[in-house]
Design a binder for this molecule. Sequence first.
Ligand code: GLC
Length: 596
Amino acid sequence: MIIAKKWLIVGLLSLSLMSCKKTPEIILTPLEEKLASMSLDEKLGQMIQAERYAVTTATINELNLGSILSGGGSHPTPNTVEAWLALTTKMNNAAKNGSAGLPLIYGVDAVHGHNNVEGLVLFPHNSALGATHDEELLERIGKAVGVQLRATGISWNFAPCLAVVQDIRWGRAYEGFSEEPNLVASLGSAYIKGLQSEGIMATAKHYLADGGTDFDSSKNSYPIDQGNVSLTEAEIRALHLVPYIKAIQDAKVKSIMVSFSSINNQKMHGSTYWITTILKEELKFDGIVISDWEAIHQLPGSLIYQVSSAINAGVDMLMEPNKYKDVLAVMKRAVENGTIKMERIDDAVMRILKVKDDLKLSTGLASATIDMENDKALAREAVAKSQVLLKNEGVLPLAKNTDILLIGPGIDNVGYQAGGWSFSWQGEKGNEHFPNATTLLEAFTAIAQANGAHIYTQLKDASKADVVVMVLTENPYAEGIGDTKTLSLTSGLAHPDNAETIRQAKLIKKPIVTLLMSGRPLIVEDEIEYWDAFVMSWLFGTEAQGVTDVLYGDVNFSGTLSFTWPKISEANTTSSMNPDRNADDIQFEIGSGLTY
Ligand code: GLC
């Protein structure tokens, strides 16, 4: 009887518990409510980034596209700040009037200033900024670029590139800060903080190990870019993951772009391990993972397989400039047939909603006015701090009344000063599209005229000069177009006029100051003995006074190399991160740089 009574009491207790225990009401956050209210089509539309030239406002509106980009050089006509703002505003309004009612996020590659817009200040490229070792400067540059972007209604910058560049024959070497991971991490994160403090989403790119690909001598073009990384996981973590850890955990970067390249022959865009397990789970990255330009089409299989592989690997938004309608169709089919789970779609869309909320895009990007004088002064400071003095035998600093013979392809050419990603994707040759820039010739002339001196540019006037300043360059290039098999000063991507300039300078029998205006070190071993001074000027952008500031001694040199300077073209063997490198192959060690 006692047992029966006990069970009776237990039964009564559990009944009473059940009656008073209410099913807890699930409180949805506003974003969760938004997500729950969206149709499948609206969700999938948010996961697409199409190109400006390939859409109309009607398309944006009907498909609820989440983002639009301008690739390198993809600009409105006229190419003015006002026209950019009108374009992005029009597209954003079309998006907000769509059934999902969500604001657009517009992305560009402002990799050294808002370089798609004609007439704005262009800062030195990253290989130059690496020589400054100046985090505070990078943060200020990030802020200045953020203002340039906001003034055009753009809230997403596909920068900084966090490549840890191991082979400077790579056409994107100048987009990297260094071969050394901790310097890449500190400068990259500083830039991200500056940019994001202006309400712009930064992008850490290209994940992962884009700067560690092997040189494939069997390929005539692109022997490095988009190639394969053959390293152990431990090597990859030590060399290439370091900048991403700091970007995520310290700088709170809001987006990460996947690399075209492969790790041990697996395309990054299909790597669940590196994108989901490492990036999202281990490093707790909570922003948007975006694919690179049609990169998923390099994955194996049909389009539906490529799209499913990338989305299931952890890509949240697809950069599909042209094929966005086909991609949307197969993405929907993949969800409907279960190849892509709804949980994955909801995770991706929630990340996108969260970023748009963080950036306060619904209330509209705060307007901004570009301060050209501020940008010029900041860029001029960055140029001066990036110059690296590698040889000086009593000829620098120049006296301001020095008569100079200024020769070489780089003396009066902003296109060569700025390199790739300048007005156009591959860069320009000439001054036409840089109306507010200062060329080296203009910078030298301003000083000479103020001090009763002359700047000559014709060889016939050589006898009138005290000193020869020779400016050697590379031709502008971007991405794989800039891959080279040789780092020669007189072939490959080096300017074809370099050889004759070098030959002529020797005949003049005057002190020679050589400036190299290139994205990367080139082999100078056979020529440097004829030079009395040698300065690495890099791709310094529009503000050439930063160069003359240090040449005339108004500012002291402070730059030091963030890349090893090789004597041989096999640059991957000379990186300071390569324990087996041969000292005989090195012209200047990483960290080299003289001062007055
Ligand atoms: C390019 C580059 C990437 C850039 C993107 C958009 O192919 O790989 O760095 O952000 O396309 O222009």
